[in-house]
Write a protein that binds this ligand. Structure first.
Ligand code: NAD
Length: 304
């Protein structure tokens, strides 16, 4: 075991169940002091009890590890700030934050009321923003930090009945992209996970033999890697059933339309060329797109 977290402090939100519980146990097994945060609500975020988080702490302690439970609602900044203050005063630092807490309120967009849209945004995006904001100064002071967002294929690729969840999960990719750029000079790496696992979130969506392949333990190694000293930054790892892959967003070379062709009809006529993926590139920051577009236009216009 070369990846270790001795002397490090790791916060895992939503760690009372499913993936978060599995991440917390593995961080503890690798020497971390672990903050097991969980509101203890149901799958749709209603209700609450600190039992789930406490049970995970008991499990970690029984295996000889160090952990503390915390019942903060990640959507509430004051509660998150109190959690972070408590962790820093008890353990002195925060090395890793895994933004994992999440809920589901699935409905088609036609049937979804805005409250169900906004609550999902509040927990996934608001929760990750609150927790990242609360640890940011500490990580900057330390000149070291690792933050992992939990995204989803539903956000990256879309899924029926999940406009709320998908918006939130792709929002986390946007949050990661800019935060990673800002964190780089402070030694803070920010990455995202796109998992698939058998948990209470997915238990009624797939047959038992498929669920048996999708144990959370098959996802956690990606999170532990993204939280380690060896972690890359600004990456998305998809993980499930023991398969690990990188999700890449790319842009096609595109076409330049001269002044006299710059209208929707010419865009439509050029669509197959615009959409052609040959020679597509991965851009590392928003500004790189501006440079790419200007360079193509300059080349077409003969401007040096
Ligand atoms: P889960 O329901 O087992 O675990 C989520 C945990 O988050 C629960 O213990 C819950 O109490 C906690 N939580 C919810 N709202 C909270 C809040 N406001 N504050 C603190 N804790 C809160 O589900 P899971 O499948 O383990 O999901 C973990 C993460 O992975 C979620 O972000 C989910 O969206 C994401 N995800 C899961 C899958 C999958 O296949 N299971 C796929 C893609 C993404």
């Amino acid at each position: 075991m070369t990846i270790r977290f001795d002397d490090q402090v790791v916060i895992v939100t939503g760690a009372g169940n499913g993936l978060g519980r599995c991440h917390a146990l593995e961080f503890a097994r690798r020497g971390a002091r672990v903050v097991v945060n969980d509101l203890g609500g149901s799958r749709d975020g209603t209700g609450g009890s600190s039992d789930a988080a406490r049970a995970v702490v008991t499990e970690i302690e029984a295996a000889g590890g160090a952990a503390m439970s915390n019942g903060a609602n990640v959507a509430n900044y004051a509660e998150v700030e109190a959690m972070v203050n408590e962790v820093v005063s008890r353990w002195g630092r925060i090395d890793v934050l895994v933004n994992n807490a999440g809920i589901l309120r699935d409905k088609t967009f036609a049937k979804m009321d805005l409250e169900n849209f906004n609550v999902v945004m509040d927990v996934h995006v608001g929760g990750a923003v609150n927790c990242s904001k609360a640890v940011w100064e500490q990580m900057r002071k330390q000149q070291y930090g690792r933050i992992v967002m939990t995204s989803s294929s539903s956000g990256i690729y879309g899924n029926f009945g999940q406009t709320n969840y998908g918006t939130a999960k792709m929002g986390l990719v946007g949050f990661m992209n800019s935060l990673a750029i800002e964190g780089q000079k402070y030694g803070i790496h920010v990455n995202a996970l796109a998992p698939i696992a058998a948990t209470r979130m997915t238990e009624d969506l797939m047959p038992p033999d498929v669920l048996a392949l999708l144990q959370p333990e098959a996802v956690t190694p990606a999170v532990v890697f993204m939280a380690s000293k060896e972690a890359p930054t600004r990456q998305i790892i998809a993980a499930g059933a023991g398969v690990f892959s990188r999700v890449v967003i790319q842009e096609t070379p595109g076409v330049f339309l001269p002044d006299d062709q710059r209208d929707a009809d010419h865009v439509a006529a050029a669509w197959s060329q615009i959409a052609d993926t040959a020679g597509q590139v991965e851009l590392k920051a928003g500004g790189e797109q501006t440079v790419k577009l200007l360079s193509k236009a300059a080349a077409a216009l003969g401007i040096k």
